[in-house]
Ligand binder design. Structure first.
Ligand code: ARG
Ligand code: ZN
Length: 900
């Protein structure tokens, strides 16, 4: 390891149960922005029967001003405890007792946004993962579950609303302009689920009926002036409650469930018991301000946090290495929720296609973000073995790959047995803090109730092994039989040189070339590896012989993306064109298109812009076929016409890459398609552009707009002034953010610098922070192919804009993440200026908000995959960051691993 302060690494294998439990926690907050008093009263008991008196009581605490400690009513002097920068240890607390501690904290100085902080004058908390220790001394670990009683005292004039977890049990005025509320949470919870909110708020509320007939009060709290943006979140919450009850048989367990929105938030949202706190980005939605994608995200994040109430809160994690226990499972649940919502009210065939659209969107995220992570210096199993800073492990691996690992169990068990497994999981573990192993154990029990011969033994490698497995597929068809050979390999990842084979569920079908129909699946000899249409692929290399196939077929493998692997199949171009048109699995139809586009772009990249290769011809043919196919839904067509993203392309290329050249190769194919099919795109656009029509958000309308705007992008790509004018007209007539943003992004990304619409947009929305974020983001993502814009120069100027600040995470991301992570052709500019600007900002953000800085610091994770000249400038900037004084452990871990 390089010098700098030695980092501390925490290991999963070092887990030790706590010495004490805290049966009850009383907290009294006297809220003052610059100096808040926190008085706690902890009732503790030793877990251990033997030698209980001598076990120290260990409390975590950081940046706290300790006033006093009382044990059983008596003031403790400093000889009875040890105070360090990270905690407080009471040497001999006894078998049980009451510990009272008073500390002071400074919420208005808290720019890290962990613990208790002030945003726009209001108080908020963020305690996951380890923020509670910045509020008071406490065993800040998820396996200490306590009953919380919270008293909030605040000035009525400035902070009239005060909220905490659970039920409001008392409310009164105290004199001198103070008022108090008292909150009791009936459920045991770990400290990371604690929350308080206080300030000026208004709410939209509704009473609904729970499954047991009892009423529950639902509230969405926002700062005054924002009640016109809460309807959709409230609807989403009600849908989430209904869905969890019908699909998972899980009901709301509280009398009161609140959502509060804040503009200053490190992540998306937080599932605090009964008091979910959200980034405004995932609550605010109305047609004027939110795009269709924003609406979709609000619905899914509201769902996600609500679903945590069972998967996360009722059953929580034993330690933070188990994070995917709640996150992977809850992402799986929110993905299924969104898919069911998109399919709602459609007939069977349409519903299938709608669910496939959602699946494709999720897989796109996995390939664009998780595959690179799994191939880079931060690669880790979904259940990591070690970390330096836990906040760095709220990753696409833990979340999205974690959800894939749950989805594979769902595929292996089927919906009925999976739900049985969930029931076993809750029967066994409700009210406990458990491990990933406990979840798999419950699923395995459900599986074995029906199939005693099966187990999930080998499947468990998905929890312990990092890296994306590669699957090689080849086949031979002759004499009515098809022999399918599968090979798997997983490249080394940090700390894991070689890995035993994974249990990979391969969903498959054989498509009859003549009819386009699926042939029946039958394995020759021992058929125990085939369950319906899912094949258990469990060895490094394995052959399967299928019978009854006397007509030529094309195998369709890994349907629905049944496992998070990279599939290298022996399909030739004709096979892929066939699958793109005829596969009965919509996901694989889309994927066949993507494979051809990817090959074509790589050819253009390798041949420096030449477009006469066979793959390019095939891409042109595929798009022609798609445009002729009248059976396709708008949502599917919109996805099938889009080329793979630049990040996905870079990752899929085996060798050192130049992201700038890759961008131009991709642009070349896009322009070729745009020119070839200009008339078709115009037709699609005109058939769906209905400016007078009132906006409504629903899956069908959204997919029409999506397709229309994909067509617009192709039109503008191929065209000149006339086509830019189509975008201008769309902007001028837009009655919703989806159409407005789509039009504006075409103007800004493909047109001359500084179009008047850009200024108009800022004027129109200058008071709407989330729209202003969009304004910054659009400019930071102008690609290198737009020669009339100097994007780097513009980003440097925007940093000085009066509306820019690094202190607000959304704003910081709108410029920095947009430019360093969503604009490869500019970020990787050969001058090295992109990297230098990025490093400056990471260094500045490091002192303000280490957690957000560490996210941004991931911008050069894959630097060793770059061509040598770029590697050299990348290394320089990585080292510059690494050698910065006062580097936070958060950023140090990320940069240190990149340099290792
Ligand atoms: N549990 C939250 C969610 O996924 C995420 C909170 C993460 N916060 C953090 N500071 N790492 O819903
Ligand atoms: Zn979550």
């Amino acid at each position: 390891m390089r010098d700098a302060q030695a980092p501390i690494t925490f290991f999963r294998k070092d887990y030790k149960a706590p010495n004490h439990r805290i049966s009850r926690t009383d907290l009294t907050f006297t809220l003052n922005p610059s100096r808040t008093k926190v008085a706690s009263r902890l009732q503790f008991q030793s877990w251990s029967e033997s030698n209980p008196d001598n076990l120290p009581l260990e409390l975590d605490g950081e940046d706290l001003e300790l006033e006093q400690v009382l044990l059983n009513g008596e003031k403790l002097d400093a000889t009875h405890y040890t105070q360090t920068a990270t905690g407080l240890t009471i040497h001999k607390p006894g078998r049980e007792g009451v510990l009272e501690i008073t500390v002071y904290i400074q919420p208005d100085q808290n720019t890290r946004l962990e613990g208790l902080y002030v945003s726009n004058g209001n108080f908020f908390t963020q305690c996951e993962a380890q923020g509670f220790r910045r509020i008071t001394y406490f065993p800040d670990r998820p396996d200490v579950l306590s009953q919380f009683m919270v008293t909030l005292i605040a000035h009525e004039a400035t902070h009239p609303v005060s909220l905490s977890n659970g039920n409001l049990v008392e409310e009164k005025k105290l004199g001198e302009g103070l008022h108090m509320t008292r909150w009791e949470d009936p459920f045991l919870k770990p400290a990371y689920l604690f929350a308080l909110v206080a300030g000026q708020f208004v709410c939209q509320e509704e009473t609904v009926q729970k499954g047991n007939g009892q009423p529950a009060l639902l509230q969405v709290w926002v700062e005054p002036g924002n009640l016109d943006k809460t309807d959709f979140a409230m609807q989403s919450l009600k849908k989430s409650i209904d869905w969890d009850r019908t699909r998972f048989n899980l009901d709301l367990d509280l009398d009161r469930f609140m959502i509060v929105a804040t503009a200053d938030f490190n992540m998306g949202a937080m599932e605090n018991k009964g008091l979910n706190i959200f980034n405004t980005k995932f609550v605010f939605a109305n047609p004027e301000l939110a795009t269709d994608v924003d609406f979709e995200n609000v619905e899914s994040v509201v769902g996600h946090e609500y679903f945590h109430n069972w998967t996360g809160n009722r059953v929580t994690c034993r330690d933070w290495f188990q994070l995917s226990l709640k996150e992977g499972l809850t992402v799986f649940r929110d993905q299924e929720f969104s898919a069911d919502m998109m399919a709602e009210g459609l007939d069977v065939a349409q519903a299938d296609s709608a669910r496939a659209v959602k699946r494709i969107e999720d897989v796109k995220v996995l390939r664009a973000a998780q595959f690179p992570e799994d191939a880079g210096p931060m690669a880790h199993p979904i259940r990591p073995d070690s970390y330096q800073e836990i906040n760095n492990f709220y990753t696409v691996t833990v979340y999205e790959k974690g959800a894939e690992v749950i989805r594979m169990q769902h595929t292996l068990l089927g919906e009925t047995l999976f739900q049985r497994g969930m029931q076993i999981y809750f029967d066994r573990h409700d009210g406990q803090a458990v491990t990933c192993e406990d979840f798999v154990g419950a699923m395995e029990t459900a599986l074995q109730e029906e199939h005693p011969e099966l187990d999930l033994k080998q499947f468990r490698h998905w929890y312990s092994q990092a890296g994306t497995p590669e699957v090689l597929a080849s086949w031979k068809q002759a004499n009515g039989e098809l022999e399918l050979t599968l090979k798997q390999n997983c490249r080394p990842t940090p700390g894991q040189a070689s890995k035993p084979a994974f249990h990979i569920p391969v969903k498959l079908g054989f498509v009859d070339v003549a009819t386009g129909r699926d042939m029946p699946l039958a394995l020759k000899g021992d058929s125990s590896a085939l369950h319906g249409d899912v094949l258990d692929f469990t060895q490094a290399s394995q052959s399967f012989v299928f019978t009854g196939l006397d007509k030529p077929v094309v195998p369709s493998l890994l349907r629905g993306f049944s496992a998070p692997v990279v599939l290298q199949s022996a399909h030739n171009t004709d096979d892929l064109i066939f699958l793109a048109g005829h596969d009965n699995d919509p996901f694989n139809r889309w994927d066949a298109c993507q494979k051809i586009y990817g090959k074509a772009i790589l050819d253009i990249y390798l041949q420096r812009g030449q477009t006469d290769g066979a793959n390019t011809q095939a891409a042109v043919q595929i798009v022609g076929n798609l445009l002729k196919d009248t059976q396709l839904s708008d949502g599917f067509l919109a996805l099938a016409l889009q080329l793979p993203g630049e990040g996905t392309l870079l990752e899929s290329f085996d060798g050192l890459v130049d992201p700038v050249a890759m961008h131009f190769a991709r642009t070349t194919l896009r322009d070729l398609l745009a020119c070839t099919y200009a008339a078709d795109f115009k037709g699609i656009y005109e058939a769906r552009h209905t400016p007078g029509q009132p906006y409504e958000y629903n899956a069908v309308a959204a997919s029409q707009r999506a397709l229309k705007n994909v067509a617009l992008a192709y039109l503008v790509a191929a065209g000149g002034d006339d086509e830019l004018n189509v975008a201008k007209a769309q902007y001028a007539a837009a009655n919703n953010m989806t159409d407005r943003m789509a039009a504006l992004s075409n103007l800004v990304h493909n047109g001359p610098a500084n179009p008047p619409e850009l200024a108009e947009f800022f004027e129109r929305f200058s008071k709407e922070a989330l729209a202003v974020d969009k304004w910054f983001m659009l400019q930071a993502t102008v690609p290198a192919s737009n020669e009339s814009v100097d994007t780097l120069g513009m980003v440097s100027e925007l940093l000085k804009h009066p509306s820019f600040t690094l202190k607000n995470p959304n704003r910081a991301r709108s410029l920095l993440a947009a430019f360093a992570m969503q604009n490869p052709s500019v970020f990787h500019s050969h001058s090295g200026e992109g990297y230098a600007l990025w490093a400056d900002l990471v260094i500045e953000l490091n002192t303000i908000n280490p957690q957000v800085a560490a996210r941004m610091a991931r911008g050069l994770d894959r630097w060793t995959k770059l061509v040598p000249a770029l590697q050299e400038s990348a290394r320089k900037q990585l080292e510059r960051i690494f050698n910065t004084e006062k580097l936070s452990p958060d950023v140090r871990e990320v940069i240190g691993k990149a340099l290792d």
